[in-house]
Design a protein around this ligand. Structure first.
Ligand SMILES: *Cc1c(COP(=O)(O)O)cnc(C)c1O
Length: 355
């Protein structure tokens, strides 16, 4: 294959874009992996059992296109009716479905900045325009974020945000959505590590939608399952956009078992919150500015030392953290909260590098 010759028959939007680059997933063993906010603990044993049961029955048949077993289980746990829930192949697919449903070519999508980089990629794929509204230095959102604008069709808000781990309080989200002329997708991929959430706003305002993921708090990044909560008339339209069989039989069974084991979620969350405190305090002792996080990672900048060489040296030592550089904002290290032992090793190595 000749990689150097660009093809001429691809859509110009695609040719012009760089494409989303996910965090490194080293295929060799032996890394302490604190770069993509995975859970350091395994999922509930009930998940493995449920998947084995499906395998035992066989995979000859198509899965339930609406994943109704999951919707029923989630309905009981979340206290929302099943027809308010849309399931997808990871919450990334929810973001894709919502973008395709609401934003046409040339129309406008609004994003906070710095935030999840995939949002801009989705706009580019759609041939849409996007407007980045900068967070204020204290990670609060300016009024501008809720202002109407011509052709504005969709607003994304990661809450808690990545890379900061900070949250926009639900009352503020409510007020922003009331002013906006278009839907607001609240991306709650990290909400299980936070002290509050926006789920209750969905019933109040048809334009508010909440997306959730099984990749972080439920320790199932490899399974690929996420869902959206929105009013049923919204779900009705979104169903038309999704692939018919967007969730496979294994992920539906696994995610259903996972959401029904809330005790497991609470146990692993407690351990992660304890390790988050340790990481935050440790980074501050090392002289980093470390933002108070409501997620399973922390955002760290340093007032005097460049952080990129620290990332590189940690990587040589087989400790992987995420180096992020946001043009117009600055760079920093986003470090996932691992086990307490992993946090200790990371802090110890940073201490050596800074000495
Ligand atoms: C990890 C992440 C997601 C994607 O979750 P998947 O369910 O794995 O697709 C969505 N939004 C944000 C902000 C994330 O960090």
């Amino acid at each position: 294959m000749n990689k150097s010759m660009p093809i001429t028959y691809v859509r110009p939007e695609i040719a012009a874009m760089a494409g989303y680059t996910p965090g490194e997933q080293p295929q060799e063993e032996g890394f302490i992996k604190l770069n993509t906010n995975e859970n350091p603990y395994p999922p509930s044993p009930a998940v493995v059992e449920a998947i084995q049961e499906v395998l035992h029955r066989g995979l000859q048949k198509y899965p339930d296109p609406m994943a109704n077993r999951f919707r029923q289980a989630a309905s009981e746990v979340l206290g929302v009716p099943p027809d308010w829930i849309l399931c997808a192949n990871g919450s990334d697919e929810i973001l894709t479905i919502v973008t395709r449903a609401f934003v046409g070519q040339g129309q406008l999508l609004r994003l906070p900045y710095p935030s999840y980089i995939l949002y801009a990629t989705l706009a580019q794929l759609q041939g849409a325009r996007y407007q980045e509204v900068f967070f204020q230095p204290d990670w609060t959102l300016p009024e501008e974020f809720g202002e109407p604008a011509e052709d504005l069709r969709l607003v994304f808000l990661a809450n808690p945000n990545s890379p900061s781990g900070t949250m926009v309080p639900p009352e503020r989200v409510r007020a922003l959505a009331e002013r906006l002329p278009c839907p607001l997708l609240v991306d709650e991929a990290y909400v299980d590590f936070a002290s509050t959430d926006c789920l209750h706003l969905v019933a109040e305002n048809e334009k508010i939608m909440v997306a959730r993921s099984f990749s972080k708090s439920y320790a199932l990044a490899g399974l690929r399952f996420g869902y959206l909560v929105a009013q049923p008339q919204v779900i009705h339209e979104l169903v038309k956009v999704k692939d018919s069989y967007n969730c496979d039989a294994l992920s539906i069974a696994g995610a259903t078992a996972a959401i029904l084991d809330q005790a497991w979620l609470h146990q692993t969350r407690a351990k992660i919150l304890a390790a988050r405190r340790k990481l935050t305090e440790g980074m501050r002792r090392l002289g980093f500015q470390c933002v108070d996080s409501e997620a399973n990672f922390t955002w760290n900048t340093h007032p005097t030392r460049p952080v990129r060489p620290l990332y590189e040296e940690l990587k040589r030592r087989r400790i992987l953290v995420r180096y992020m550089n946001y043009p117009g904002w600055g760079d920093g290290l986003r470090i996932s909260v691992g086990t307490e032992e992993q946090v200790d090793i990371c802090l110890q190595n940073l201490a050596e590098l800074l000495a």
